[in-house]
Design a protein around this ligand. Sequence first.
Ligand SMILES: Nc1nc2c(c(=O)[nH]1)N[C@H]1C(S)=C(S)[C@@H](COP(=O)(O)O)O[C@H]1N2
Ligand SMILES: [Mo]
Length: 216
Amino acid sequence: MKLRTRFKAKIDASPSVADDAPEGSGAPNQHGMPQLPVGQFETQQWPVLDLGVRPGVRKSTWRLVVDGAVERPLDLDWNQLMEMEQVEDVSDFHCVTTWSKFDMRWGGVRVSTVLALAGLAPTATHLMCHGSDDYTTNVALEEALKDDVLLVHTHDGRPLPEDHGGPVRMITPQLYAWKGAKWIRRIEVMCTDRPGFWEERGYSMTAYPWRDDRYR
Ligand SMILES: Nc1nc2c(c(=O)[nH]1)N[C@H]1C(S)=C(S)[C@@H](COP(=O)(O)O)O[C@H]1N2
Ligand SMILES: [Mo]
């Protein structure tokens, strides 16, 4: 069964699909949500936010392990990522520190494409995404399987800058941006939820911007 079919009910029940009173302002975005979530302001800048570590990953050294509750663990290199279905998408970026940047142009591979290749165990529910700086963040599968959740290598037609997680990072446009691991090196598929770096320090497990879902 296709992953999307298998997870359809959960995706349809996820906050950004099921919420009939999303809190925010501005014209509706492509999902019918107010473009500016509650408590956010729009910026033209693209600030850099991370732990201050620059792991120095290059295309030639980048690898992505997909393991845990999967049928076929993967260990992908750059060329293998390039051989997978490539997509372009425009989406917004919402940082929990209250800035939002609209209409970012991304190029990359859907997380769902990679997970379909690995094959999810029937009991899989969440991901732990690991960066090369040892950052971690947890994402529910019904969020990670959405079409705009990407492993991006391109922004605005250029290689993703190292500061922003290049050569490859994850993005989660319908969640706060901390759910998108920069310099992504491992996607661990889990059968229970577990907090990542910021979640252990009091940030939300679910991180849904249109309900001010910042802390837990
Ligand atoms: N590997 C890694 N990914 C990370 C972080 C980090 O510290 N390390 N910070 C997160 C946070 S808190 C935010 S807001 C976004 C910021 O992405 P940017 O620096 O490209 O704006 O990356 C997220 N992904
Ligand atoms: Mo953040």
